[in-house]
Write a protein that binds this ligand. Structure first.
Ligand code: FAD
Length: 210
């Protein structure tokens, strides 16, 4: 284990509980990394409302931050490549969320792919998109990426310790949150069941602090 001051310590334990969490996924879109987009972390620390906020991702995180900034006075556009907002919810829920955002003046572009991004978040951005109606270029001042989560399981030495990951990089656990290594459990958002990235049992133990 490496401490913040660079010192290393070795801890010996009989039981190990891994609760590593997730971070915002950054999709492979030309220009996205260079644009230095906001993630949920920076978006919650921003000391000003963006003039024109473009939100990549119409899931829970994108929706709540889009609505919040719209209410702070920003002009907001949400882009999602799926055909509806909050795509894991029932269609009637997605429709209701859409109508609430429409009424609040949030622009929503669905079934839309981002092709490339030029510029830098916090300054000026041009976002090229392909919508069902054709190509468009959006102009914005700030870009928020809310396009899913990536588990914090890389570079920790899990696989070397016999702790298997799922094909999406989550810690493989059974219904008791046991990993594939003895006396080791995975919990919270970094744990994934055999059938889905976030298991029912994982959802129960990750009820929220935020
Ligand atoms: C914008 C946003 C809004 C949300 N709103 C809600 C909500 O309203 N209600 C709700 O229930 N949930 C909400 N969630 C989800 C909720 O935040 C997560 O479900 C919860 O934080 C998951 O907890 P966790 O312990 O698995 O991970 P985390 O809270 O991410 O904690 C993991 C911790 O492990 C640390 N860590 C990572 N790697 C290492 C390492 N190698 N060594 C040591 N430490 C490490 C991390 O720094 C972090 O402190 C929201 C999430 C976001 C992003």
């Amino acid at each position: 284990m490496v401490l913040n001051n660079g010192e290393t310590r070795r801890l010996i334990t009989g039981k190990l509980f891994l609760n590593l969490g997730t971070h915002a996924s950054i999709p492979l879109v030309p220009g996205l990394v260079e644009a230095k987009p906001l993630t949920n972390i920076e978006a919650l620390e921003l000391g000003r409302p963006p003039g024109r906020l473009i939100v990549l991702g119409g899931g829970y995180v994108g929706l709540e931050l889009a609505q919040a900034y719209r209410r702070f006075g920003s002009r907001v556009t949400i882009i999602d490549h799926g055909p509806r907002l909050a795509g894991r919810e029932d269609p009637d829920v997605s429709e209701e969320v859409r109508s609430i955002l429409d009424a609040e003046g949030v622009e929503v572009l669905l079934s839309t792919d981002v092709e490339r991004i030029d510029g830098r978040s916090g300054e000026h951005l041009r976002v090229g998109v392909r919508t069902p109606e054709g190509h468009r270029t959006l102009e914005g001042t700030d870009l928020l990426v809310a396009a899913g989560r990536t588990p914090n399981t890389q570079g920790v030495g899990l696989e070397e310790a016999g702790i298997e990951l799922t094909d999406r990089g989550y810690i493989r656990v059974n219904e008791r949150l046991e990993t594939t290594a003895p006396d080791t459990w995975g919990m919270g958002e970094c744990a994934g069941s055999r059938s889905s990235p976030i298991s029912r049992s994982t959802t129960i133990v990750s009820f929220g602090t935020t």
